[in-house]
Design a protein around this ligand. Structure first.
Ligand SMILES: Cc1ncc(COP(=O)(O)O)c(C=O)c1O
Length: 452
């Protein structure tokens, strides 16, 4: 039971949504903040504990979005809060770029020891966010190989700064108005083993020689692109292709890592060892931290000044990361796997219950995606879940993702599955009636099929 719930059930919605204070706050926000922030729905959170979030009006929500797959240990895990408090009381900042912080190499070591890096010996660079370590990896790949080109995948999301935005190919809106982008970037089809033929047949044959490709960057499970799990053999094939041509394989585990799929790094599901693994989001439970874990010989090609950051690897974020990694290793990864299986079992019946509306149910651990027939229906399900107090988040063209904190309990998962099914049923009412009416008008369905 969440401390902040004080005996109330979770979720517990006590006002209309958004509530009166939320509406006032949103009006204030809209005057002063950048309109570029896309805001999925109007929640104004003020407190969190585990999976429970209280908003400004006193409504309690069940959080299956985790601040975009970030709060891996739940909101305000006592061990993480203690670590942050302790470190903040001792030293908040000194800059690891120019000086030696005791806690910084400790995080580097824990990450390097945990990641399956090709060749074994690894070192780590720390930044403040996902996009920063993506940028670092582009610089390192070009520098260490002396080659210009980088390949990413259609559907990928790697961030919003110039290099990472240029690699991103999930939605054209991320590029709109910002060209020209970083030169030397190609995009390959993602996910099926047969897609790998594109490299030999298109890229190396028509666009760029393999000997000039520095790196291929891949999300082992695509996140923002729709929670898409690649076919078995895809990542193994990429590794083999990279080995054949001396290309570096970069795994962007910013969303799929930190235990979320049931293993510390998603590539471990396929036994693949990248040359570089990128982490951020869940690795520090919500404190801003990014990590680039790389083959030691690659990082050792850099000399002093090649890369750095004033704040990267800030001691307070590092303290949160160490506490987080301890918790992940002490059982949260196993919980992610078990609760992920519970979720898939609970979500799959939606496919037959709402044929036509629900097109796919997929996932690995606690990266769970439900694909709908249209973007509007995905958005309506997200909204209907919000109205019931369940926080989920759209992704891809027309999918909704569930990415709860890894501390999710069996009963919290059961509650979320029930509320999600109700939200889908809400949308299915009118949506299924529409499909039935259209099909009946076209004479395509019998009475029995139309009722399904
Ligand atoms: C796979 C992946 N890479 C990179 C990023 C960018 O991370 P950040 O928002 O911390 O810059 C994200 C963020 O959603 C992501 O999901």
């Amino acid at each position: 039971m969440a401390r902040i719930a004080q005996g109330r059930p979770v979720p517990d919605i006590v006002t209309e949504l958004p509530g009166p204070k939320a509406r006032t706050h949103i009006a204030f926000d809209e005057v002063w903040t950048s309109p570029s922030l896309p805001r999925a729905y109007p929640i104004v959170p003020v407190r969190g504990d585990g999976l429970t979030v209280e908003d400004i009006d006193g409504n309690l929500f069940l959080d299956f979005a985790a601040g975009i797959a970030v709060t891996s240990t739940g909101h305000a895990h006592p061990a993480v809060v203690d670590a942050i408090r302790r470190q903040a009381g001792e030293l908040i900042h000194f800059s690891a770029s120019d000086f030696y912080l005791p806690i910084y190499p400790e995080v580097c070591r824990r990450l390097a020891e945990s990641a399956p890096i090709a060749g074994g010996r690894a070192r780590t660079y720390l930044g403040n966010s996902g996009t920063e370590v993506v940028e670092a990896s582009i610089k390192l790949a070009r520098f260490a190989t002396g080659r210009p080109y980088v390949v990413a995948f259609l559907g990928a999301f790697h961030g919003r700064t110039y290099g990472s935005m240029s690699l991103t190919a999930s939605k054209a809106k991320y590029h709109a108005g910002f060209g020209p982008l970083l030169p030397g970037v190609f995009h390959a089809p993602f996910g099926r083993v047969e897609d790998l033929r594109w490299f030999d047949e298109v890229l190396f044959e028509r666009l760029a020689p393999a000997s000039e490709v520095a790196a291929i960057i891949v999300e082992p499970v695509q996140g923002e692109g729709g929670y898409i799990v690649p076919e078995d053999g895809f990542l193994e094939g990429l590794r083999a292709l990279c080995d054949r041509h001396g290309i570096l394989l970069i795994a962007d585990e910013i969303q799929s890592g930190a235990g979320r799929t049931g293993k510390m790094w998603a590539v471990e599901h396929w036994g693949v060892k990248p040359d570089i693994v990128l982490t951020a989001k869940g690795i520090a439970s919500g404190m801003p931290l990014g990590g680039m874990i790389a083959r030691a010989d690659l990082l050792e090609s850099w000399t002093a000044g090649a890369h750095g950051s004033t704040y990267g690897g800030n001691p307070v974020a590092c303290a949160a990361a160490l506490a987080t990694i301890d918790l992940l290793e002490a059982g949260l990864m196993d919980n992610a796997r078990i609760r992920g299986e519970q979720a898939l079992e609970g979500l799959r019946p939606l496919l037959s219950r709402h044929r036509g509306l629900v097109r796919d149910v997929r996932g690995l651990g606690l990266m769970l995606g439900v694909e709908f027939d249209t973007p509007d229906h995905a958005e309506e399900v997200q909204w209907a879940a919000f109205q019931r107090g369940l926080l989920v988040l759209e992704c891809g063209r027309q999918a909704v993702r569930m990415a709860p904190p890894l501390v999710v309990s069996e009963s919290e998962m059961a509650t979320a599955l029930r509320l999600f099914a109700e939200a889908v049923a809400d949308v299915a009412g009118p949506a299924e009636r529409e499909v039935r009416e259209e099909a009946e008008a076209a004479g395509a369905l019998t009475g029995v099929e139309a009722a399904g």
